[in-house]
Write a protein that binds this ligand. Structure first.
Ligand SMILES: Nc1nc2c(c(=O)[nH]1)N[C@H]1C(S)=C(S)[C@@H](COP(=O)(O)OP(=O)(O)OC[C@H]3O[C@@H](n4cnc5c(N)ncnc54)[C@H](O)[C@@H]3O)O[C@H]1N2
Ligand code: MOO
Ligand SMILES: [Mg+2]
Length: 429
């Protein structure tokens, strides 16, 4: 059994990020949000493109107005310059141009006086207060110099990056393709959400949970359905899954029961098993394996998803079947792996915050324990509230609305109310 931190290190070490040449696609800017930029972007444009005004007011020569606080300068207005127009005149001593925010500074002027510090009389303006030299001029290239790197590869495109790319006139971009994550559930007791349940049967909620988690991570879920606890059926699905996906997630069948076949089949398919159990609760029986190359081509009876180009090295997670264990192991281990695979160059690891606990929190101290609940903001300070009801890994119901997991390290059995506790903040919260 490995510790949680060793498991994280082993897993991240196994992840081969997508290739910046082979694993990319071109997308329109309007649908590029949340994608990962695959090539650095440079622009032939300076930002600002030209000296422009930061205020509505008057473009002036500083030397004309420097003593205006004691003795207001009176300047002749020679031109009106709204945003979007190229000025025609060169401002001479004793002259000014009416100018508006974002408009091009005319030649000869070097300073803008805001409107509120002036008085207008027909085509003359009185400067009532001396500005600072070059005040309210946004200088050409002062935000960005053309030809230098505008955005690096490996970043997620959110609203700010999309705005930058739009301003730099990039209507299309090269981004990493979405990682492909195959998902299936194992168990004779499992039914889909539409099927009537007979005694002993339950709904395969893990498939739905994992599909949502994978989609939220930016990856593409490939749903392979429910597989019976039957070695032949399992072997066929696993072989297919590793041929078509970057990451495979199965749930169930990784403990020591007579019908827990996943590890044996991975071995028969020549997978290398790196982790069989992790010192955590929930989530102890977690299998992590790699397939150096896809073990077989896509079988004819499988869904029509084309194989990934070889070589690719799929990473297999055999998640425990208990519903809480599935969510916790996804958040703790699978999500960082998807992030690293996706081409993001940094920040794959989970984010832990130190907050105070509202309640007493308990663990048996034997495994690193993850308790689910909610972060509340109390007077600007986060407080962790454990979910009411059972923290059994078979209980899915009180996981609804979870936005954080409190973490009690091995050996820690009790956290007092108001004591500090580490929490894993969940991005879906
Ligand atoms: N003798 C031992 N028994 C168990 C151990 C152990 O160390 N020794 N570990 C326990 C822990 S901890 C966990 S977690 C589970 C993991 O079991 P498996 O991964 O083998 O999963 P299953 O046996 O197939 O199912 C466990 C449980 O989860 C329900 N389940 C399974 N799949 C789904 C699904 N897709 N959707 C909803 N619920 C699902 C299943 O019905 C079982 O109730 O093993 C413990 N046992
Ligand atoms: O470790 Mo298991 O996931 O608690 O039920
Ligand atoms: Mg089992």
């Amino acid at each position: 059994m490995v510790s949680v931190s060793d498991a994280q290190a082993i897993i991240l070490n196994l992840v081969q990020p997508l290739d910046h040449q082979r694993d990319t696609e071109v997308v329109d800017l309007l649908v590029a949000d949340s994608r990962i930029l695959a090539v650095p972007v440079t622009s032939p444009l300076d930002f600002p493109h030209w000296d422009n005004s930061a205020m509505d007011g008057y473009a002036v020569r500083y030397e004309d107005v420097q003593h205006s606080s004691e003795n207001p300068a009176v300047l002749e207005i020679v031109e009106d310059i709204p945003a979007g127009y190229q000025p025609k005149s060169t401002i001479q001593p004793g002259q000014a141009a009416r100018i508006f925010t974002g408009a091009v500074i005319p030649a000869g002027a070097d300073t803008v006086v805001m409107q509120e510090k002036t008085r207008r009389e027909e085509n003359r303006v009185f400067i009532l207060d001396a500005p600072k030299p070059q005040e309210f001029v946004r200088h050409k290239a002062s935000f960005y110099q053309s030809g230098t790197q505008l955005l690096p590869a490996g970043i997620k495109l959110n609203a700010a990056e999309i705005a930058v790319l739009a301003a730099a006139q990039c209507p299309q971009l090269s981004v990493y393709r979405r990682p492909r994550v195959a998902i299936f559930s194992t168990g004779d007791e499992l039914m889909t959400v539409e099927q009537p349940l007979q005694p002993g049967q339950i709904v395969d909620s893990n498939q739905y949970a994992l599909a949502a988690l994978v989609k939220q991570s930016g990856a593409e879920p490939i749903l392979l359905g429910i597989v019976k606890d039957d070695p032949v059926a399992l072997e066929k699905v696993i072989a297919h899954a590793v041929a078509i996906a970057d990451i495979v997630l199965s749930s169930g069948g990784v403990s020591v029961g007579d019908y827990d076949y996943v590890d044996k089949i991975l071995e028969s398919l020549k997978a290398k098993i790196h982790i069989r159990a992790v010192e955590m609760r929930p989530g102890k029986p977690l299998t992590v394996a790699t397939f150096p190359t896809p073990s077989s081509p896509s079988s004819p009876s499988s869904p029509p998803t084309s194989p990934l180009p070889t070589p690719h090295s799929p990473l297999y997670f055999g998640l425990p079947g208990n519903p809480a264990a599935v969510l916790v192991t996804f958040w703790r281990f699978v999500l960082p792996a998807i992030k690293k695979l996706s081409g993001i160059t940094e920040g794959w690891e989970p984010v832990f915050l130190k907050v105070r606990s509202h309640h007493e929190l308990r663990s048996n101290g034997k495994r690193e324990t993850y308790l689910w609940g909610k972060l509340h903001l109390i007077d600007g300070v986060y407080e962790f509230h454990q979910a009411d009801g059972s923290q059994s890994s078979g209980n899915l119901i009180n996981l609804a609305q979870t936005n954080a997991l409190a973490v009690l390290p091995v050996g820690k059995t009790l956290i007092y109310p108001q004591e500090e506790v580490q929490v894993l903040q969940l991005s879906n919260g």
